[in-house]
Design a protein around this ligand. Structure first.
Ligand SMILES: Nc1ncnc2c1ncn2[C@@H]1O[C@H](COP(=O)(O)OP(=O)(O)OP(=O)(O)O)[C@@H](O)[C@H]1O
Ligand SMILES: [Mg+2]
Length: 242
């Protein structure tokens, strides 16, 4: 469903992504990990066609993103780092934002879609609240409902659980797994949370200084000898023991 080949991205003199290649199969959840500033968000933005990569190619469901970003984007839902809701719109308007533009629905179908999307993220009955009236976890779930409303076959999540308590994190992990189980959604999940990654992902990709230095199963990841991966694994283990 996602094919990234020789992808490089340079900003000014800084090369943020270096010759990245990998594929994600239908219904697979691939986690992308790596240090802060390592290029994870940039990778998602290239895949979503929000920025044009310096070189290389990205195909999404057989569509070359560079050639037809609009068509590629219609297959993808993106949950942005920090939710990125419109503060001046309430939950209903945020969730239906893309729906109004892309799907021409009558108001009855639109309401049904709104209800269904909010129910999926456990936010039924919160239509009229504004982002300032929501908790951080609720905001992220509204961001997910907005993406889900467009029935994407691919979801791109940028740190959907960062800064959330363990229970909300667990609920969001469950939602990611549920979308995959019930709707066959293919997912790319940027995360710093090794526990979440082990729970929901089939494979892990690790970006280090712009290079893809590891691609394998979560178990192989734990055994990796790459120093940056070992550091992450030992720090996480130390943090859970204390
Ligand atoms: N539009 C841009 N213009 C210039 N530099 C950029 C741009 N977007 C990202 N960068 C730079 O690219 C590098 C990688 O940024 P990116 O946001 O992809 O990192 P990240 O891995 O998502 O980090 P984090 O874990 O903190 O979210 C950073 O050095 C950042 O300053
Ligand atoms: Mg980021």
């Amino acid at each position: 469903m996602i094919d990234v080949s020789g992808l490089s991205q340079t900003f000014g003199k800084k090369q943020v992504l270096k010759e990245i290649s990998f594929s994600v199969g239908k219904g697979e959840v691939l986690a992308v990990m790596g240090s802060s500033g390592g290029g994870k968000t940039t990778l998602l933005r290239c895949i979503a066609g929000l920025i044009q990569s310096t070189s290389g190619s990205v195909q999404v469901d057989g569509i070359e993103v560079r050639k037809d970003p609009e068509a590629a984007r219609r297959r993808m839902g993106m949950v942005f780092q920090g939710a990125a809701l419109f503060d001046y719109l309430n939950v209903e308007q945020n969730v239906l934002f893309g729906v109004g533009r892309h799907l021409k629905l009558n108001s009855k179908d639109e309401r049904a879609l709104l209800k269904d999307s909010l129910a999926r993220v456990g936010l039924s009955g919160n239509e009229h609240l504004f982002p300032s009236e929501l908790s951080g976890g609720m905001r992220k779930r509204v961001g997910m409902a907005r993406a889900i409303a467009l029935s994407p076959s691919i979801m791109l999540y940028d740190e959907p659980t960062t800064g959330l308590d363990p229970i909300t994190t667990y609920q969001i992990d469950e939602l990611i797994s549920q979308l995959r189980r019930e709707l066959g959604v293919t997912s790319l999940l940027v995360s710093h949370d090794l526990m979440s990654v082990r729970r929901v992902s089939d494979r892990v990709a690790f970006l280090h200084q712009g290079e893809l230095v590891f691609l394998g199963t979560p178990d192989q990841f734990l055994e990796s000898e790459h120093p940056a991966i070992q550091e992450l694994v030992t720090k996480t283990q130390a943090a859970t023991l204390h």
